[in-house]
Design a protein around this ligand. Structure first.
Ligand code: HEC
Length: 108
């Protein structure tokens, strides 16, 4: 599983810009939908929320406001976290969008 994920991460870099399917939505908006449907069971995903449903899972606002947090750091975090959660494999678009969403939380 980890290997498959690593291949996915490499693919993310190689793909370059991916044509938007839902062109009326920004990456941040699509990422918010991904967060709502895939992450909110455990993480507090909305701006300003600090208490996650799963106490071990950091709120996305806290993740976003961690000093030095970058897209690259989040890719690495997503690659090393959730080892035991095969359902959480995201495709390249979902990964990019949810990272854009998380990073947007630091700007509010
Ligand atoms: C089933 C519960 C669960 C779900 C669903 C879940 N997470 Fe997590 N997440 C955790 C837990 C628990 C941790 C902390 C332990 C670990 O790293 O595995 C964590 C850690 C993280 C971290 C690292 C945070 C840090 O402090 O460095 C990130 C980033 C993250 N999750 C993002 C996501 C994203 C994005 C999604 C949705 C695509 C998601 N998580 C879905 C439980 C979950």
């Amino acid at each position: 599983m980890v290997n498959r994920f690593a291949v996915l991460m490499l693919g993310l870099g190689a793909l370059g810009p991916v044509p938007a399917l839902a062109q009326d939505q920004t990456p941040v908006q699509r990422g918010r939908a991904v967060a709502d449907s895939r992450c909110a069971d455990c993480h507090a995903v909305r701006a300003g929320e600090t208490v996650s449903p799963n106490a071990a899972a950091a709120s996305f606002t806290r993740v976003a406001t961690t000093p030095g947090m970058t897209e690259l750091a989040l890719q690495a975090a997503l690659q090393t976290s959730h080892r035991t959660m095969p359902n959480l494999i995201l495709d390249a678009d979902e990964m990019r969008d949810v990272i854009a969403y998380i990073l947007s939380l630091a700007k509010r």
